[in-house]
Design a protein around this ligand. Structure first.
Ligand code: NAD
Length: 280
């Protein structure tokens, strides 16, 4: 069976990252994650977005080990959890993630949340820069960083993050961050692109989907592709896993893009990054 080819985005260090990846948050335990990732690989996904806190890195690693794909065919992202921030603790956490994933490098390593309350993301970033210099990660980035966190990080950094993975969907379009990312050469990666399912009932999105004979999820994901974002939808259902990848044989018109741009309401699903200090 032929599988769709996902376009890549060139990150600020020249590394190419697939524009669409498979998100695995809440797909546990490891067996279930391995099964979902196998299905995603069969469908044509070549990027997986996991994190230490998702407790399924071993399942992702198992799917990779058992697949016919080579390690280099797959773009693996994982993230450092909040209670692991700090220089030495980051290096230890990275080793643990690698062991679970069963690989000797990660394509993209992200600081999961800034947790400004702890004030440790700058020293954490120094450890990320070391992992990058040592060739153990192909790119380093952040997640849930607000403009002021990015500015503080850059004051003490020698490497500009390649990616900022942020909550982004039609109801939360993150205009200030989009502008700053553009200026700094940081790629926006959208998490919860479907608003965890909550945006899918939107009547205007459904009207566009009906007209194009596509699903609301496909319209939202295609919108991200045309905006130049990287996007990581999650599903554990095979038909939806495939549906979420079938984005590369249609286009949204300028007026559809404008209609989606007009849907911003400032509605968050997750917490504001300044308030999120959960470190389990
Ligand atoms: P999502 O917006 O991708 O929505 C997922 C839910 O939408 C599914 O559980 C399912 O109920 C539904 N769905 C998916 N495809 C569908 C389809 N085609 N039709 C109908 N319903 C469909 O939400 P998410 O899981 O929160 O986010 C995606 C990924 O983003 C995560 O798996 C994770 O990798 C990443 N993420 C990162 C952070 C972070 O802090 N960095 C936070 C949340 C999520």
């Amino acid at each position: 069976m032929t599988v769709p080819t996902v376009p890549t985005i060139v990150l600020n260090n020249g590394v190419e990252m697939p524009q669409l990846g498979f998100g695995v948050w809440q797909i546990t335990p490891d067996d279930r994650a391995a099964q979902a990732v196998r299905t995603a690989f069969d469908a044509g996904y070549r990027a997986v977005d996991t994190a230490r806190i998702y407790t399924n890195e071993a399942g992702v690693g198992r799917a990779l080990a058992e697949s016919e794909l080579c390690r280099d065919d797959v773009f693996l992202t994982t993230k450092l959890w909040n209670n692991e921030q700090g220089y030495d603790s980051t290096l230890r956490a990275f080793d643990n993630s690698l062991a679970k994933l069963g690989t000797d490098y990660v394509d993209l390593y992200l600081i999961h949340w800034p947790v400004p309350f702890h004030g440790r993301f700058t020293e954490t970033w120094r450890a990320f820069e070391k992992l990058y210099a040592d060739g153990r990660v192909r790119a380093i980035g952040v997640s849930n960083f607000e403009p002021d966190h990015l500015q503080t990080l850059l004051d003490g950094a020698s490497i500009v993050p390649a990616v900022n993975q942020i909550e982004f969907h039609p109801y939360l379009q993150q205009h200030a961050l989009q502008e700053l990312h553009q200026e700094l050469g940081i790629v926006t990666e959208a998490w919860s692109p479907l608003g965890q399912g909550k945006v899918l009932a939107d009547p205007a999105i459904n009207a566009i989907a009906d007209r194009l004979t596509r699903s609301p999820a496909q319209v939202i994901l295609r919108w991200n592709i045309q905006l130049g974002n990287i996007v990581v939808p999650k599903s554990a259902t095979e038909s939806r896993i495939r549906e979420n990848l079938a984005l590369f044989d249609f286009e949204l018109s300028e007026s559809d893009m404008a209609a989606l741009a007009g849907m911003h309401r400032g509605d968050r699903i997750g917490q504001h990054p300044n308030d999120f200090i959960d470190d389990f």
